[in-house]
Write a protein that binds this ligand. Structure first.
Ligand SMILES: Cc1ncc(COP(=O)(O)O)c(C=O)c1O
Length: 425
């Protein structure tokens, strides 16, 4: 799993982070100057190697045609496997537990087909109150597919703390309260609005104790916070590759199924790519499942899109997960200090290290209109974050390509904003 060197010296680590920014292409302003990009929570930047690696595969396609599936180090037949070691390291999975395939929502449906098995009283699904809409729709449609009704069978975990944040006690108590009627729990590893990192280990352990299958939406967590999906015993997880993994817009997602479920007989929607690679081309009408998560694959992999994902993953490979996290905490704390110096700023993201990743979500106490004005002001100053209703700005310093200089830019811009006459500071 953690096969990469976890033994870089402090000096080597510092140097690595100083240089890693150069691996990426930054959007530029009209003067051709790079913008301050703090939007990796939405779409990660393009690694410089992507263009060349796509060109190489285009060249192989031109020269080899169908033989590209079988020839060379990047033979397309096995291309998705090239992503496994790094995906496994970043998700804390065993390689047989994680695969690059489809997109997040598709994978969510595929894995709910296997893991949502309502029986008797146990038929409800628990999600949280601001579940990403796609997750909410997916879960509601699964309930209807089974003949149930979201209004009766969806349990919504409500936040007990300001800013839409959950205390661990509250999450655990809610699961305890509903344990006998739950057939599935689906939660975000990192909540996309507040940036809260949920206590995945404790929640997973409680779900296991009550034999409730639990799935994690890791869209905002992969490449952002250290994950240990195997060790924690998560039943399944899904993620995307276009945020912190820098795999490009609409990049293929990944899916995880814990190896305690491998080889079990469970309902599964199947396709030819999930067939054992040794017998796949026998083209038999009976399905011979591949080992582990690969049995959930449906279709052959979109190679040109997968090339960008692999290029993104390769940027991570020299750096230990612990060093990535240390740098992330450092940048997060620096940006938090800059934001919180202004009394009008109301921070949503929890402060405890175990409860956040890169992202900082905040609004202004003076209201939505002034928050929006600040957001426009940041954009006008070439600071790229993003906006979520009902008035939330999200800024994410990403250790791979952001630095204290980016945070200094935010500082300057915020100070100018609050110094302008008539604005409360
Ligand atoms: C938390 C979360 N879940 C699900 C999705 C949906 O992902 P996809 O469009 O890849 O299915 C997103 C997309 O941004 C997301 O942020």
């Amino acid at each position: 799993m953690h096969q990469n060197n976890e033994r870089l010296s402090t000096e080597e680590t510092l140097k690595w982070f100083q240089n890693s920014r150069r691996n990426f292409l930054f959007p530029v302003n009209e003067l051709d100057q790079p913008k301050t990009y703090l939007c990796g929570n939405s779409l990660g930047l393009q690694p410089k190697t992507v263009r060349e690696q796509i060109q190489e595969e285009l060249q192989r396609w031109a020269q080899l045609g169908i033989d590209g599936y079988f020839e060379g180090d990047t033979a397309w037949l096995h291309y998705a496997d090239l992503c496994k070691p790094e995906l496994a390291r970043l998700t804390g999975a065993r390689p047989a537990e994680v695969a690059l395939m489809n997109s997040l929502t598709t994978n969510l449906h595929l894995l709910m087909v296997s893991f949502y098995q309502p029986r008797g009283r146990r038929r409800k699904i628990l999600i949280e109150h601001q579940a990403f809409p796609s997750d909410h729709y997916a879960v509601a449609s699964q309930l209807r597919w089974h003949g149930f009704s979201p209004s009766e069978d969806l349990i919504i975990l409500k936040p007990d703390l300001p800013g839409g944040v959950f205390s661990s006690e509250h999450i655990l108590a809610t699961i305890e309260q509903h344990a006998q009627e739950l057939a599935l729990i689906l939660l975000p590893a990192v909540q996309y609005v507040s940036g809260q990192w949920l206590p995945m280990k404790d929640v997973t352990a409680l779900a296991e104790k009550h034999e409730i299958p639990i799935g994690w939406d890791c869209a905002h967590a992969t490449g952002n916070v250290p994950l240990a999906l195997h060790e924690w015993g998560a039943d399944f997880a899904v993620g995307c590759s276009y945020k912190y993994l820098n795999g490009g817009p609409g990049a293929p997602g990944w899916a995880f199924v814990h190896d305690k479920h491998h080889g079990r007989t469970m309902p599964r929607l199947t396709g030819w790519w999930g067939n054992n690679p040794q017998t796949r081309f026998a083209m038999a009408p009976t399905f011979d499942p591949a080992a582990g998560i690969d049995a959930w694959q449906l279709s052959n992999v979109p190679i040109l899109a997968a090339v960008a994902v692999l290029a993104g993953l390769e940027v991570f490979s020299p750096i230990p997960v612990s060093a990535l996290r240390a740098q992330s905490l450092h940048l997060h704390a620096a940006l938090r200090a800059v934001l919180e110096r202004h009394p009008d700023v109301e921070m949503l993201t929890p402060e405890t290290a175990e409860a956040h990743g890169c992202q900082l979500s905040f609004g202004l106490r003076s209201g939505r209109e002034s928050t929006r004005a600040l957001f426009e002001h940041l954009l006008a100053n070439d600071i790229v974050g993003d906006w979520r209703e009902p008035g939330i700005i999200r800024l994410s310093p990403v250790p791979l390509y952001n630095s204290l200089e980016d945070i200094a830019q935010v500082d300057k811009s915020l100070t100018a904003y609050f110094e302008t006459a008539g604005r409360s500071g």
